[in-house]
Design a protein around this ligand. Structure first.
Ligand code: ZN
Ligand code: ZN
Length: 364
């Protein structure tokens, strides 16, 4: 999909809702519609115009990245600039992104433009972003491939005595020197009891043999992300760990087998949750099954108990059941998949095995 066709979609939505304009401030939405990657700026979309409003620092960059947009330099505060801008284009009903604009900022806009009726909207662009086009999928595939490579690399680096932070740093170093814009999020390596916290950050704890080590990593390439988790263990693997691992793996495979167009986020979540509950670990799977991934690491659709999102071909989601036992640790296995015409394709290629590939393991 080109930027022009994305704009066309938005304009159709505007006409259907009787909005005169849509003011876009959310950074990933801004990038999705215009290509602009700067950290500050707004888009104003009207039926005839597409304006990119930013400050002096970004004018040249905006011109290069967003040829479909008229670039407007805003001097001073945005809310002081708004009244003249909206009056010039005779805009009365202006939609804005209520999930992104702060109350403080919105109050300033409203005070500056008493004649404008502001329409709070949610998910206008986010819903469009859920289905990826070929270019987006290509970037995501590259980010996934680099993540698989980084995991293979770390399999030969990780050994008892290495700290969680040393492992995350080695993964980050590998990704950044092999083509990543950056890492996709603060990488997680959580050994032993730390793994009982699903979003633990890496600590100075040294990894020990026979404990679960949760490794949750991803890369960003051309603005698109990957997200993968593997749980591994060094040395002799205790029975309980194998048992928990088998349950999580079964849940994950059942969910991946169930994903196809028409399935709701709630139904997908339920498939994995039933497997884990049947094994007696229901209360220990406290988060949702998965989330969309694209320009943001966490975006729609949601695979959760509360989600009415309906899967469609081209959606990219994680499948990441987990079991977390306080004082012991956690097991999570996360793949990134793309929904196809009749099922899903698993993009993540890293082996799903508690034990690291034998030839890669050292000193355990
Ligand atoms: Zn993850
Ligand atoms: Zn995730």
């Amino acid at each position: 999909m080109t930027f022009a066709s994305r704009l066309q979609h938005i304009r159709e939505a505007m006409t259907a809702q009787n909005w005169d304009a849509l003011l876009v401030s959310q950074p990933e939405n801004r990038r999705y519609l215009s290509g602009f990657t700067g950290s500050a700026g707004h888009l104003l979309i009207t039926p005839e115009h597409a304006l990119l409003l930013t400050d002096f620092r970004y004018i040249e960059q905006a011109g290069r990245q967003s040829p479909d947009f008229e670039i407007v330099q805003v001097n001073g505060e945005f809310h002081s600039y708004l009244p003249g801008l909206l009056a010039d284009h005779a805009l009365r009903a202006v939609a804005f992104e209520s999930a992104h604009v702060t109350v403080a900022e919105f109050e300033k806009w409203r005070a500056a433009t008493p004649e404008v009726s502001w329409v709070a909207t949610e998910r206008v662009i986010e819903d469009l972003r859920m289905v990826k086009d070929e270019d987006e999928l290509a970037a995501i595939r590259r980010a996934v491939a680099l993540t698989d490579e980084a995991f293979a690399h770390i399999a030969s680096f990780i050994r008892p005595g290495v700290t969680e932070r040393e492992v995350t740093w080695e993964i980050e170093r590998y990704m950044r020197t092999h083509g990543a814009d950056k890492v996709a999020f603060e990488l997680i390596v959580a050994a032993g009891p730390n793994g009982a916290m699903p979003h633990a950050t890496a600590s100075q704890r040294a990894i020990r043999p026979s404990e679960p080590v949760v490794i949750d990593i991803g890369a960003a390439i051309s603005g698109y992300h990957s997200d993968m988790t593997r749980t591994v263990s060094l040395g002799r693997i205790p029975r309980q760990l194998t048992q928990v691992y088998e349950v999580v793996l079964q849940a994950q495979q059942a969910a991946e087998a169930a994903l196809k167009p028409g399935v709701t986020g709630r139904e997908a979540d339920q498939v994995a949750r039933e497997v884990i509950a049947a094994a007696g670990f229901g209360p220990h799977f406290g988060h949702s099954l998965g989330h969309g991934v694209g320009l943001a690491v966490h975006e729609g659709p949601r695979l959760s108990r509360l989600s009415d999102d309906v899967l469609q071909p081209g959606m990219v989601v994680t499948v990441e059941p987990g079991v977390y036992l306080p004082g012991w640790g956690g097991v999570r296995i996360e793949d990134l998949v793309v929904i196809t015409a009749d099922g899903c394709e698993v993009l993540t290629q890293s082996p799903r095995d508690l034990r690291l590939p034998k030839r890669m393991e050292r000193g355990a």
